[in-house]
Design a protein around this ligand. Structure first.
Ligand code: 5SP
Length: 219
């Protein structure tokens, strides 16, 4: 059975019709990726806890919340309490990532650690046993629709080696510019979890786009 997870990013959806956008990929997607940006950690502002709480009631898809926020120690567990399946925060914004991961698990979600474009992954590999997912950005965090940066797959390769050698149970997620022409390279590098915004919600048929991405990831 395939281990592949496809997580459409609602950043590329119509924000006036978020529930309809979620419904469009129910049955084809595995998770719904929810980008939370606070205009401090990144220069963009999207949605926060009240929207996540409301949207949680509107779809059965598990939420993969990606917190691009300056103070994850203060907010992350509240997304778990709001019903997120997975909550990922940025290594660059955390003074004690393992403590936040512990809080997330105690609050009932899985814990994810995100590494932005300019952050080497090596300094965080020893923390991975505290996490369920490692998100490696394949763009600079902050905006959808950017061009995929293939050089960043070296971080995926390094993380995959470390995870497999250490027999760790951890997903590797890639996010940014993941599309039909880039997803196979991400899978080959060792990613098993794929965020795609424009490639899904920019397509005429989002569910068909998810199916195509899954087929390409699975080779
Ligand atoms: O976290 C982010 C942006 O910072 C992403 O989740 C984007 O939403 C990906 O969008 P596409 O590159 O797939 O359009």
């Amino acid at each position: 059975m395939s281990n592949t997870v496809i997580a459409p990013s609602i950043l590329a959806a119509d924000f006036a019709r978020l529930a309809d956008s979620a419904a469009a990929v129910e049955g084809s997607a595995d998770w719904l990726h929810v980008d939370v940006m606070d205009y401090h950690f990144v220069p963009n502002l999207t949605i926060g806890l009240p929207v996540v709480q409301s949207l949680r009631k509107a779809t059965t898809l598990p939420f993969d919340c990606h917190l691009m926020i300056a103070d994850p120690a203060r907010w992350a567990a509240q997304y778990a309490e709001a019903g997120a399946y997975n909550v990922t925060f940025h290594a660059e914004a955390a003074t004690d990532p393992a403590a936040i991961a512990k809080d997330l698990r105690a609050a009932g979600s899985r814990a994810g650690l995100a590494i932005d474009r300019d952050t080497p992954v090596e300094g965080y590999l020893d923390l991975l046993p505290h996490f369920d997912l490692l998100l490696i950005m394949t763009i600079k965090a902050g905006f959808g629709g950017q061009a995929f940066i293939p050089e960043l797959l070296d971080k995926v390769r390094a993380a995959r080696r470390h995870i497999d050698t250490g027999h760790l149970e951890l997903r590797i997620e890639v996010d940014g510019g993941v599309a039909e022409d880039t997803i196979a390279a991400c899978a080959e590098a060792g990613a098993d979890t794929f965020v795609a915004g424009t490639a899904v919600f920019g397509a005429e048929d989002p569910a068909a786009a998810v199916r195509r991405l899954r087929a390409l990831a699975n080779g």
